[in-house]
Design a protein around this ligand. Sequence first.
Ligand code: ATP
Length: 304
Amino acid sequence: MTPAAIEVRALKKSYGDFDAVKGIDLRVEQGEIFSLLGPNGAGKTTTVEILEGHRTRSSGEVTVLGHDPGEGERSYKARIGIVLQETGVERFLTVAEAIDRFRGFYPNPRPLDEIIEVVGLQEKRNDRVRKLSGGQQRRLDVAIGLAGDPELLFLDEPTTGFDPTARRNAWEMVRNLAGLGKTVFLTTHYMDEAQHLADRVAIIVGGRIVAEGPPGSLVGDSATQTKIRFRLPPGSPPLPSAAAQASRSHDEVALRTSEPLPVLHALTEWAIENDVALQELSVSQPSLEDVYLDLTRPDHGGDP
Ligand code: ATP
């Protein structure tokens, strides 16, 4: 079996007597896009910084590219790239000069033209950094993370503040990274981003992993089921028993079921018999966001 890019066993981190990470296991394969999701204060930054070698752990085993990040070896650090929320780049340099400057810090940098192409900054290569838009700056941050041609890239919130087009372009860029065979460890607050990009996600809540797997497999969990929604005109007769547990807010009706076919059958039959229009009827699978909201609800089992 190929060794994992990241392997974590029983990782714990306490700050004084507060347990921020309570014994988590993670395995990220080489070449995989993996996303760690969780609400504020769940333990994401703590975990990621331990993986990056920037924070010590209280106990557990951590292996990143075959090394213990806690030992801080320099040769190993050149094999990982870290893209933080803000990279301090000298703003009077051109894009090409800024990337080149960082390439100079590494023993085997990636060719400049390739980096510029992967992040899609070809047309901006001779522009000054200070003239870039927010989205272009973020691409430059990723370019700098790629300077040393790392095997593993940590991407922290890569599309925060982007407009929808810029986000789509950034997703393309992350896929390009995976196309180069890089392993990408992504933290994001956008569920659709994780759903589109990640091969696997883990959801951390209160320092524990509460779900892990390909986004599609989590979506299929019993925690959430097919959603049926519609609007009912005022004065409609009571719904059939198959839809009795539906929630209602004004004229909006929503229900979840693991057996959508019989429920839809009963509903549409009832609607035809009673001459009721099921306005804006929609049937949809839960998104990763639905699963996430379910798992991170304060009243969900386990820690808040
Ligand atoms: P966010 O989404 O808000 O960035 P997070 O999931 O990254 O949150 P962490 O920053 O890892 O969460 O924090 C986890 C918990 O540990 C929080 O309750 C936080 O207050 C606590 N914590 C983090 N760093 C420290 C520290 N240096 N000293 C004490 N407590 C800390």
